[in-house]
Design a binder for this molecule. Structure first.
Ligand code: 26Q
Length: 743
């Protein structure tokens, strides 16, 4: 990269008379010319990430940071009278739903920064995750037109278009390359579907659901579309470079499947090697086993992808045929190796007329990993126990991480400056150095508190601008930001807030420190219960914020259209991070890491990566409560939420608000009542909200008490921030590279 040349180009940009959009295009394009400069490696082994989601967020500041010119660029344009913050109006590239998609983006960032050859393959959706607004407290969804300001950060490569064949149509996969810049230049290649109007639908919308079963034909088409294009390209390039000696394929290619969403890549790989290149089926499987790896991100049964055999057969007959052959081939192997009928059924590729994509992935992968210690253990003991008994060496854990470039350097310049002042700048490339900060030193704590106070002011100003709500000052900022899902238990927070509200009104909490509860969450459009929870929380916000008796002590704000850019503000400006999933259900969580990195304490259950967070930062510096995974498992039959609420008036008073007229009657309240007390698609209170409620309230009140001692609480926060290095995705990527990819 020619830094001086780039800076000179930026200095040459004329600002006067141009729209923000024009300037955005010009500055971005100048940077792109430099980003695309480095010569790409053509030799050696590379890893490829297959993901149907990439939640990149805003690329502008990230790319300027990666180029090492962000500060200078700010100065150059400030002198011209242009504040670079104006580009905060640019839409995020939200081609993902939540954790899994954002993880992919963090991993690309870390791999490039560390110089590992890792390219990504995915889909270039015309519309990303919907834009959310509230109307009378209810979520509405609008298409996310993320290219409104153009897409200056990618390059269309029409010459590398690929054909993808379905039984009933041909679709052209046109690649768009986005540079991921660091020590190496890596590429995120997103395919856009072109051809007939029907064909173009394949890359029109991101599936807006996370963790829900959506047995849709379009989803299968999307998955095969990009998987086949990517695999076809990898195989073709290999043959061009090395000929048909496929034994060598795994020495230059390693594939990582980001959950089961790209498992059709396995079938397509086998199809190409057997029908185009005439390898035997067994040989093709052996090569696949050395090439593919699979990361699981959820154990929720409704999120495990199983596709109807007949459906796949109809649009992808050859692929269905390959998968059936794989079932026969694998069964023979399992029989030979002495598996019982029950074990074979559990591992089946095809069972009950459905293709089980997770089983395809497990069988064919050299490595299978979970995303936090507890989750990887559950995979071995429960979800994939038969496969684990057969091939224990296949299974490993790689705890998730988040890129500290976006989630600390970019979103919290103040905290970064605090580290610079004490450590120099070396920590920016080796986050573990922040452990050298002395959290007991009074001056250090004072400086840290000043940083936190400033980030809280900035957050409050931002929320006032976006939502028109003025946050309480001198209050504790408590955030629950994540997709809306029953197992994440936003409903439990709703009940806890009501408990605190009633106690405040009754004068039972005389020394209560003012507290703001901040929510950010999108609910899948078809997920009634999740949407009902949004409405309930907005009802609660109206009640609490409108009650003159408490509204200087308690405030509830649900921000609209929570996305990566909003997250950057909230994680930096929060004191407390709520991570309260039912134990055993949150695979890892990554928001928990972002908040910790910015010095928030966790109020959480022993679930996902929370367990490792408190292991690193000290249980005494966080607020752990609630049933453990074992306790939940032992509880399952004997738990009756109706009795549970009856015998504790503190719980009953809260759940009564679903029916007693505290809020105007609504279908949403009825839905939540049913979820809590009736048998529906799950048992009543399937996620043990009432069971954990009072311990949760106690944890929140403990925070409230501790916060009064400013130095004590700041110390807890700083202990969290300075012990977050393990949760940098630089560590996670180094682990994938060493243990799985061997690059
Ligand atoms: C499947 C079939 C049809 C339509 C949609 C889906 C679908 C889409 C997205 C299923 C699941 C997802 C997303 C899952 C996800 O985001 N999981 C999260 O992954 C994070 C990164 O590992 C973890 O930190 C979270 O704990 C986990 O919930």
């Amino acid at each position: 990269m020619n830094r001086e040349k780039l800076l000179a180009a930026l200095r040459g940009i004329e600002v006067a008379g141009k729209s923000v959009k024009e300037l955005y295009g010009e500055i971005s394009s100048a940077c792109m010319r430099e980003l695309m400069q480095p010569v790409r490696r053509t030799q050696g082994k590379s890893a490829y990430y297959f993901s149907v989601e990439y939640l990149m967020g805003r690329m502008f500041y990230n790319n300027l940071l990666a180029l090492g010119i962000l500060d200078e660029a700010r100065e150059i344009f400030a002198q011209k009278g242009l504040d670079l913050n104006v580009f905060e109006d640019v839409e995020d590239a939200a081609l993902g739903n939540g954790g899994l998609g954002r993880l992919a983006a963090c991993y690309l960032d870390s791999a490039a920064s560390l110089g590992y050859p890792l390219d990504g393959y995915g889909i270039r959706y015309k519309y990303g995750l919907f834009r959310q607004r509230f109307k009378e407290g209810r979520q509405t969804e609008e298409p996310d037109d993320w290219q409104k300001w153009g897409d200056p950060w990618s390059v269309r490569r029409p010459n590398e278009t690929r054909r993808v064949e379905f039984a009933d149509m041909t679709v052209f996969a046109v690649p768009y390359d986005m540079p991921i810049y660091g020590k190496s230049l890596n590429i995120l290649r997103l395919y856009q579907a072109e051809g007939s109007a029907e064909a173009e639908k394949l890359s029109e919308y991101l599936y807006p659901a996370d963790d829900t079963e959506e047995g849709k034909l379009l989803r299968i088409r999307q998955e095969y579309f990009f998987s086949a294009a990517a695999v076809g390209e990898r195989v073709e390039r290999f043959v061009a470079q090395y000929g048909r000696d496929f034994a060598k394929f795994p020495s230059v290619n390693v594939f990582q499947l980001n959950d089961t969403h790209a498992v059709f890549a396995v079938a397509e790989f086998l199809r190409l090697l057997t029908s185009e290149y005439r390898l035997s089926f067994g040989r093709a499987v052996e090569i696949a086993k050395e090439t593919f790896n699979y990361t699981n991100h959820t154990i929720l049964p409704e999120a495990l992808e199983c596709w109807d055999e007949k459906l796949v057969e109809k649009i992808l007959p050859e692929i269905a045929h390959i998968l059936k052959r794989l079932q026969i081939y694998a069964s023979a192997e399992w029989r030979e190796r002495g598996c019982t009928a029950e074990e074979r059924r559990a591992m089946s590729v095809l069972t009950g007329g459905r293709f089980c994509m997770a089983n395809v992935a497990v069988y064919v992968s050299g490595h299978v990993n979970g995303v936090a210690e507890i989750h990887s253990r559950i995979l071995k003991e429960k979800l994939f126990s038969a496969a684990y008994r057969l091939d224990p060496q296949k299974f490993l854990n790689v705890t998730n991480g988040v890129t500290h470039r976006r989630w600390l350097l970019l979103c919290n310049g103040e905290l970064s400056g605090f580290y610079d002042a004490r450590l120099g700048r070396g920590w920016r490339n080796d986050l573990s150095q922040i452990e050298r900060i002395d959290c007991s030193d009074g001056k250090t704590l004072g400086a840290f508190s000043a940083v936190k106070a400033e980030k809280k002011r900035q957050l409050a100003a931002y929320i006032e601008k976006r939502e028109g709500v003025k946050l309480l000052e001198d209050a504790i900022y408590i955030a629950q930001v994540k997709r809306l899902h029953e197992y994440k238990r936003q409903l439990m927070t709703a009940f806890a807030i009501l408990r605190i509200y009633f106690d405040l009104k009754e004068g039972r909490l005389p020394d209560f420190t003012p507290t703001v509860f901040l929510f950010g969450a999108k609910a899948a459009g078809g997920y009634k219960r999740a949407k009902a929870t949004i409405k309930y929380l907005n009802d609660i916000a109206a009640l609490v914020n409108g009650d003159g008796a408490v509204n200087r002590k308690l405030q509830v704000v649900f921000v609209q259209n929570y996305d990566v850019s909003y997250a950057e503000k909230i994680v930096a400006g929060s004191d407390v991070s709520l991570q309260v999933s039912t134990a055993g259900f949150e695979a890892s969580g990554t928001g928990n890491m972002k908040l910790m990195m910015n010095g928030a304490v966790t109020v959480g259950t022993m679930d996902g990566a929370n367990i490792e967070i408190v292991e690193k930062a000290g249980r005494e510096n966080n607020y752990i409560f609630g049933a453990t995974e074992e306790e939940i498992a032992s509880l399952e039959k004997g738990y009756d939420p109706v009795l549970f609420a009856e015998k504790d008036p503190r719980i009953k008073e809260v759940t009564d608000t679903l029916t007693d007229g505290t809020f105007p009657a609504s279908a949403e309240l009825e839905e939540l009542y049913a979820a809590t007390f009736e048998r529906t698609y799950n048992r009543p209170d399937h996620y043990y909200v009432l069971y954990d409620l009072m311990p949760y309230v106690s944890a929140l009140l403990a925070v409230n008490r501790d916060y009064k001692n400013g130095a004590l609480f700041a110390r807890k926060q700083l202990e969290n921030a300075t012990h977050s290095a393990f949760f940098s995705s630089d560590r996670a990527i180094a682990s994938y590279a060493a243990k799985i990819w061997k690059i």
